[in-house]
Design a protein around this ligand. Sequence first.
Ligand code: NAD
Length: 480
Amino acid sequence: MKNIKNFIDGKLVDPISKQYIENIEPATGKVYGNLPDSKKEDVGVAVDAAKAAFSVWSKWPVQKRSDVLMKWADLIDANKAEFIEAESRDNGKPMKLAAHVDIPRASANLRFFATAIIHYASESHKMDDVAINYTLRAPIGVAACISPWNLPLYLFTWKIAPALAAGNTVVAKPSELTPMTAFLLSKLANEAGLPSGTFNIVHGYGHHVGQAMTEHPDVGVVSFTGGTETGKKIASTIAPMFKKYSLELGGKNPNIIFSDADLEDAVKTSVHSSFANQGQICLCGSRIFVQSEVYDQFVEQFVSRVRRLQIGDPEDDATQVGALVSKAHLEKVEGYIQLAKEEGGTILFGGQRPIVAGRCADGYFLTPTVIVDLDPYCRTNTEEIFGPVVTITPFETEEEVLAYANGTPYGLSATVWTDNLKRGHRVAEFLKMGIVWLNCWLVRDLRTPFGGMKQSGVGREGGLEALRFFTEPKNVCVKY
Ligand code: NAD
């Protein structure tokens, strides 16, 4: 059994209540450890520790803070085999994916913000011969960082790295479904040189721990990534308290293929953008729109590739599709496949639980699912499913597909495939999404603004946006 503890004031501790939650391995459906079922009291102790540490950490020279974050990144790399195994086991994702994406990106996030803070500068504004204004950017205080289960350490470090680099102290909460790699990271915090109380983790359920973090009066800034419904709850708690917040929420991303696109590239990348991490990436393209001239060709080639995807034990090197994160999530996704049938959809491929032999016989697996014949505005095509399910819909004109693409409450990301440069730029401009990829998917430069419009969120992460978010600007005006 692998037992997880909270990390508060530089120490690994049990929850005050001594109550625990079972941690289940999605690929086997079996309990393999437990995590603290922390409550408001644990959050209170962690926030007190972070508040006390703020006067130390925020005054450290920037270079010294940077060195500590760099060392933490090195420690992740030095222990990468343990992190990779843990991420895959906790989440159900193929180990190969954790090895190529999740864990390298976690140390990259720390290094990115450790170096970005050294080059971070604030603005000045000269008013002819009247005065000069300069902007001070100070850390805010205690930052609450709340992350989801789909890219556990990747998204956890994406928040804590800029928060800490900017001089804030942190109380963080990973998802209760995937707490293991955040726990492993906390075990390395002292060795990296973080002063006690600078970084704390309180494990547990969102409605206990997350809620207590957001409503605590000594938490000055909240960074959240997760579902839109949770985001609404958090905003309703925080807004009347006038805290700063950033919400990275759900999506229903369109993937638009024009007839002049490089079809082979579009098909190959679309399979990846539909089913990577079992379709559980907020940026996955779940609605594919194909111009009618190439619709039949696209569908045939797409299904033929999907058919060849290897589903199986995440530990197996050949596995491309692992398990969904939980039984409840598997059932939710299956509910949407049933809904798609009721809405008149045809399942071209998948939609069943595959037989996975051996230790994974009771795991939460689902065959990648391809659905056609649906109305572009039906529930299946407008609600977030967040699993290995895509729909394919034909279109005739650019105007028509833009209406479909923008026709959901979400606005996170879009992918557009065309060899027509002018059209690519035009469509990118009219898509109401925070991120648009032209002829590629998930190519990420960490300096760019990251986040969504409409119900996909409030605020942006990444690069300078994150450092601005985790600091409070103050204008000083000096008369000549
Ligand atoms: P979730 O909203 O259920 O949980 C996210 C986190 O919030 C967890 O740590 C959870 O414990 C916590 N939480 C739950 N209730 C809370 C409350 N009342 N107060 C404070 N915290 C609370 O989301 P999830 O199921 O873990 O993740 C999947 C969702 O995340 C999907 O909608 C996906 O699109 C979204 N997501 C968005 C992005 C993005 O960058 N926009 C990235 C990844 C995932």
